[in-house]
Design a binder for this molecule. Structure first.
Ligand SMILES: C[S@@+](CC[C@H](N)C(=O)[O-])C[C@H]1O[C@@H](n2cnc3c(N)ncnc32)[C@H](O)[C@@H]1O
Length: 432
């Protein structure tokens, strides 16, 4: 998860200029999706969230306040030029510190078996769903169950490692605003999803591969919808429940494996669905999409943000192949879909594809990756030092070393547009 920039990486000022222009059409403000037409009067700065308002679950309430307090809040959190202040984010808040401490304690107390299962689970990232023979050779005929078991071992630890940084929601978001943090870009992206899938108060929406339930909490608070999160990992499900209950959100979380269908929901249950960077872990995309089509109501939208290989990636090029071999374990990808394979699988089962593009400004995520780079490198150096003087157990150094491996390969692939983890598709179940 830590990355350094190669020399040929575009200068930050270039990105800055590009992004700044873009922000005139994508203001860094938060508006309730139902109020999109009156964005100015209903808008909020990112710092509303950064200062803990979202954590306290009151952003949704704020969106319904009278204009006067809204304007006051806006003045407080916006700079003179009208842009959101790129100030300290929640990594510096009490809540973030509590999360970091909880995860650190969890990692400190890992058993040798948990550590060894975590490290062994990386085997799946040297495989690909597309090569079943290789899967069977490495894992046996029951490879789908074995992958599931690896995923539980992997995510049971990884979610805590990520929570030490700013990627408690385990995804690098699309680059939307270079001026603000990774966390803020996540929030901006999630709000764009709420708009893309028309989330409204009272709607029922599905979050596939829901992580620790933080995205679902934000979606519910922002839109007034009720979320159902699905995850294979009981550790994350437990945390998602606690987090959402503490915020009195009526979201529910279900332990289920999307490689073991059907999903435990009736036909036509949900008004909308989204997923964030979980599809590479799905063995059979058409089967999963068909299930999602079944449980969605006619007219419902489905938002995808995911890892894809792009047309410039050439599997016959040894350098590309080597980069791919290094990047897949880093980002935790098993499959390598393309935008076309995703779109085709969606259309095959009856979805219409309404949007298909890279959600990052200029198609580049690397600047955001770099933001996390410093943080994780510093954390790793600190942990290594403390392990060296025997204050911390040695397994923490092992975990950090594994986590930080091969970041530069990902940056290279991203800057060369060989792959992206910010490819977006908005699909719709026809019939309304
Ligand atoms: C890379 S993370 C994506 C970030 C996540 N959407 C979030 O909100 O934090 C992938 C997520 O999908 C979950 N997952 C992986 N394989 C799964 C499966 N077969 N069925 C259900 N969930 C799965 C993981 O446990 C993890 O939470």
């Amino acid at each position: 998860m830590t990355y350094c920039l190669p020399r040929e990486f575009p200068r930050m000022t270039d990105i800055h200029a590009h992004t700044h222009t873009d922000t005139h059409t994508h203001p860094h403000r938060l508006s309730h999706p139902g109020q999109a037409a009156s964005q100015t009067s209903s808008s909020y700065s990112l710092s509303d969230l950064e200062n803990g308002n979202l954590e306290k679950g009151n952003l949704g309430m704020a969106a319904l306040q009278s204009p006067a307090p809204r304007m006051k809040a806006k003045a407080k959190f916006l700079r003179k030029d009208g842009r959101a202040k790129a100030d300290k984010h929640r990594s510096a808040s009490t809540s973030r510190l509590r999360t970091i401490c909880t995860s650190f304690r969890y990692l400190y107390n890992l058993t040798p078996e948990q550590v060894s299962n975590y490290l062994a689970s990386y085997v799946i990232y040297s495989l690909d769903w597309a090569d079943e023979g290789q899967m069977i050779q490495a894992l046996g005929p029951d490879y789908v169950e074995k992958v599931g078991s690896c995923l539980r071992s992997y995510y049971g630890v990884l979610n805590h490692l990520c929570a030490l940084g700013n990627v408690e929601k385990m995804y690098i978001p699309p680059l939307i605003d270079i001026h603000v943090s990774v966390l803020d870009n996540q929030l901006l992206y999630e709000e764009s999803v709420a708009r893309d899938i028309n989330l409204k108060p009272g709607d029922k929406a599905l979050d596939i591969g829901c992580g620790r339930g933080r995205v679902a909490a934000h979606m519910a608070t922002f839109s007034g919808a009720k979320l159902t999160g699905v995850n294979i990992d009981p550790n994350q499900i437990a945390q998602a429940r606690t987090y959402n209950e503490e915020r009195r959100l009526e979201n529910t979380f279900v332990e289920a494996d999307f490689n073991n269908l059907p999903l435990p929901f009736a036909d036509d249950t949900f008004d909308a669905c989204y997923e964030i960077q979980a599809l590479s872990l799905c063995k059979d995309l058409p089967a999963l999409f068909s299930e999602l089509h079944r449980v969605l109501k006619p007219g419902a939208k489905f938002s995808i943000l995911d890892w894809v290989s792009l047309p410039d990636y050439d599997p016959t090029n040894p350098h590309h192949e080597e980069l791919m071999r290094r990047v897949k374990p880093l980002i935790g990808a098993v499959g390598t879909p393309t935008p076309e394979t995703l779109a085709t699988a969606l259309m095959e089962v009856g979805f219409a594809v309404r949007k298909s593009d890279n959600a990052s400004v200029g198609g580049l995520q690397a600047p955001l990756i770099a933001k996390e780079d410093g943080y994780f490198r510093t954390a790793r150096a600190l942990i290594k030092g403390l392990v060296g003087v025997k204050v911390l157990p040695a397994h923490l150094r092992t975990l950090m070393d594994r986590l930080c491996l091969d970041g530069e390969a990902f940056v290279e692939m991203d800057t060369q547009r060989l792959v992206s983890t910010s490819y977006r598709i908005i699909a719709e179940k026809k019939g309304q």
